[in-house]
Design a protein around this ligand. Structure first.
Ligand SMILES: C[S@@+](CC[C@H](N)C(=O)[O-])C[C@H]1O[C@@H](n2cnc3c(N)ncnc32)[C@H](O)[C@@H]1O
Length: 339
């Protein structure tokens, strides 16, 4: 093999080092100890994070080679935009995302199990489905919510700029997590009412967040399990990065439960990555492997969403692309009488 290929493969095979290094920086909170433009010597950072100085230096020297911190003379490190996003006080901080993956990283050991069996790797590694594991480990719940806000928060403005919610009276956010997405839609559309629906151990955080923003009068928070039922009373049902967590059979169950409560003139809005063409790198293809290994779901093509809709009493009515990697895949119920 020519040198460029061997070098490329070497870097790709050892690529986990970068992911682990970033998650370790998030776990240790290194970014919190550097103000942009005020470089800190590694001795100080080691003291403040309670770490081994020479090892910390090697970690930061490595991540600085990827633009996470800038190494300066005298083993000092300054902030870069990427390292600043790992500060706890950064807007939409990525620190909880890094901390969550620091905890959940071993699930990747289950990738080969997923490929061999089609089952989620989490079942093998954690001994239970991922969302059950999060529910059984209370410290993970807030990290998971905040991690989702980090990964997907920037999609909210792109969605709001691309898709017109003005005809909707009540929007239900199904699996709405900590409520930041629904809050942003309610703030953009002052006439709109909301329903936030999620598991019992999640809704308390959503309730507190909506209250803090003064939105609790316009938004009901409902606890439940979407495999059992969805709340009625909305004319639009938003599910952002929900269907991608589940197999086709499970997705059809969720959508069929939605079909039971949606009015004839209602719409379901799936906000998801759509998988790009062959050989094109995309966030959708990256996320797809993660969905396979972690919750046991998948990213889908437009045609695959159409098929899920058809098997649950909807038809695909529109796909709205956004400036971010997500599209709004809209479905409307078929065979429902207007009342
Ligand atoms: C990938 S997160 C997406 C969160 C949010 N929609 C967003 O875009 O940031 C999946 C959400 O589904 C919720 N969830 C998982 N299983 C559920 C169930 N059986 N019933 C209701 N919500 C569930 C999780 O608690 C979590 O908030």
């Amino acid at each position: 093999m020519a040198l460029p290929e061997t070098e490329q493969l070497t870097r790709m095979i050892s690529g986990a080092a970068l992911s682990r290094a970033i998650c370790t920086i998030g776990e240790l909170g290194v970014s919190d100890h550097i103000a942009a433009g005020v470089p800190q010597p590694v001795e100080t950072l080691a003291r403040l994070t309670g770490t081994h100085e020479r090892s910390l230096y090697r970690l930061l020297r490595f991540t600085a080679s990827y633009g996470i911190f800038r190494e300066m003379d005298g083993r000092q490190f300054d902030q870069t935009p990427l390292s600043a996003a790992l500060r706890s006080d950064a807007q939409g901080s990525f620190r909880p995302a890094a901390q969550m993956f620091h905890r959940m990283f071993p699930v990747w050991d289950g990738l080969d199990h997923s490929i061999r069996t089609g089952e989620s790797g989490a079942i093998k590694v954690l001994g239970e489905p991922m969302f059950d594991y999060i529910g059984h480990n209370p410290e993970l719940g807030p990290l998971f919510d905040a991690g989702m806000t980090a990964f997907h928060g920037h999609e909210t403005a792109a969605m709001l700029d691309a898709y017109d919610f003005s005809g909707i009276k009540t929007l239900a956010d199904i699996g709405g997590g900590n409520g930041t997405l629904l809050a942003a839609v309610l703030q953009r559309y002052p006439q709109l009412h909301g329903i936030l629906f999620d598991l019992g151990h999640v809704v308390g955080r959503a309730r507190a967040g909506l209250q803090a923003l003064g939105l609790d009068q316009r938004c009901r928070v409902i606890e439940g399990n979407f495999f059992e039922s969805l709340p009625s009373g909305a004319d639009a049902y938003l599910m952002r990065h929900i269907i991608h967590d589940w197999t086709d059979e499970q997705s059809i169950k969720i959508l069929s439960n939605c079909r039971k409560v949606i009015p004839a003139n209602g719409r379901v809005l799936l906000v998801e990555f759509t998988v790009s063409a062959a050989n094109q790198a995309s966030l959708g293809k990256d996320a797809d492997l993660m969905m396979m290994t972690f919750p046991g779901g998948m990213e889908r093509t437009e045609q695959e969403y159409q098929s899920l809709f058809e098997q649950s009493g909807f038809k695909l009515s529109k796909v709205t692309t956004t400036k971010s990697a997500v599209s709004v895949v809209e479905g409307t119920p078929t065979g429902k009488e207007y009342s």
